[in-house]
Ligand binder design. Sequence first.
Ligand code: BEZ
Length: 211
Amino acid sequence: MTLRLGDAAPDFHAETTTGPIAFHDWLEDHWGVLFSHPRDFTPVCTTELGYVARLKPEFDRRGVKAIGLSIDPLDSHKGWAADILETQGHAVNFPIIADPDRKVANLYGMIHPAHDEVYTVRTVFVIDPKKKIRLMITYPQTAGRNFDEILRVIDSLQLTDAHKVATPVNWKQGEDVIIVPAVSDEDAKKQLPNGWKALTPYLRLTKQPSK
Ligand code: BEZ
């Protein structure tokens, strides 16, 4: 099955470093970030897991639960956690799925056989509280991900779910946003007391609405 944006995130049961989970129940009404690692005890993955642990307060602030996946077994994950703490200075503070039979990896299309027949590539799925897939990014095994970018897109998703705006290139929290084309100038006048700046009739910038 090929997953696409807007699809329901497949549910699954799995063993994790924090105990067995049923994915949807574990998410509760939070946003989720599900991300795969090619394998345990590898250098790039080690840096990524340490960084995600460091970002926990940022995920918490946005109501997001992070969960990693690697096809190695649970014992291996637990041994690896000690290395992550020692080398990255942050203890893993989120579950890592053990997926030795590749059940979850196959469900989410995390194995790209032409790239590697055995191990997962680096995927990221952002899942909203309705369990819909809202973002999918796939990286090669050799490139560590930019988790600040994942947070940035979550900020954009949460903002644009709440307001009829879109976020421009390289947008960050607090910067101007775009009024979506579906909103007429007439409606925009009612909704935006501070007005906007029109660079063209379709490119209208306004202050970021408060949440
Ligand atoms: C790593 O996580 O360091 C890695 C994994 C697979 C291939 C290359 C690097």
